[in-house]
Design a protein around this ligand. Sequence first.
Ligand code: NAD
Ligand code: UFG
Length: 337
Amino acid sequence: MNILLTGGAGYIGSHAAVALIEAGHGVVCFDNFANSKPDVAVQVEQIAGAAPVMVEGDIRDRAALDRVFADHAIDAVIHFAGLKAVGESVALPLDYYESNVWGTACLLQAMKQAGVRKLVFSSSATVYGAPQYLPLDEAHPRSATNPYGRTKLIVEHMLEDLAASDPDWRIAILRYFNPVGAHASGLIGEDPNGLPNNLMPFVTRVASGRLPQLSVFGDDYETADGTGVRDYIHVVDLAQGHLAALDRIGADERALSVWNLGTGNGHSVLDLVRTFEAVNGVAVPYKIAPRRPGDVASCYAGPELARAELGWEAQRDLAEMCSSAWAFEKLVAIRNG
Ligand code: NAD
Ligand code: UFG
């Protein structure tokens, strides 16, 4: 198949590009490079043996989208493009609604016009809001606690309405838990601009000395060691989950399906820090800081539905997430001189 990856130059998109090319698919990435660089195509080619086609464009630009569908015989779309920082979404909500909601509506209109009706959408465990029970299964009630989460929830509703309006659509909503780590080559990974919001990129930068110290946000949660518990999932496993979802919707009767992509295992902040130190032989100095507003104590997936329906489950453990993230950080440090 020829797959269009919106946001394909980004962290998860680049790993998905590798997995798709390795599985024999053609890949076209459509990205405005707001949070990525076009030369990731070189790294993807080094790993996978073929380069994705890179098209610079914005999902809010309908004419640019129409051109991509006209120029390439696209069979399916994986929609990664969007903005993803929770704090920024509180400060700049309109940017989030414009990119994530309006941008998705533009993409869906372009797909409809081009007659492309297979879509995999990057949603998030954030749509579950504060967990009412754990593990979180796909039937858990949804709510949003910040504008970013609300944009994901709105798009989920948009996709439900679309699937109900036309049974020819084949849509997969994938709810990611906490993607971390990097490709085993160390060539692609997560290197956010500015101060990282998320735990793993912060940890790698502290370990390499780019940042002085990690703040552990709260040690008084009702968890085994008092620090927050999350379901960290290796980004390569996550990428494989997209392949499984694409295969499944191709053969599916349903117009819309929803799957959690997580491991089902919760790890605390201190578990992650200690595992990182042990597998990589480096120190991660940290201090205990106040809780971060909006954080929950624990959040982890029920991965059974994905296992049963996609035949997919995460293979890589926390140690591999930590070692690959560190290998990537070291290459970034070399590249940055
Ligand atoms: P990322 O920022 O690395 O990738 C997103 C890509 O989209 C970037 O390359 C960016 O340049 C591009 N982009 C942004 N706005 C665009 C626009 N208007 N038009 C075209 N391209 C645009 O982020 P990621 O971690 O790879 O996340 C991918 C998707 O997964 C996002 O939708 C995100 O919300 C979702 N998600 C991520 C996480 C996570 O923790 N990383 C968790 C749950 C869900
Ligand atoms: N944490 C720290 N110090 C830091 C950063 C994070 O202690 O510097 C802690 C947090 O308090 C939390 C855990 O590490 O307990 C994980 O935090 P992240 O920011 O890495 O991830 P979140 O679970 O808060 O959120 C992430 C994405 C959201 C997404 C959610 C569920 O940022 O967009 O996973 O998929 F919605």
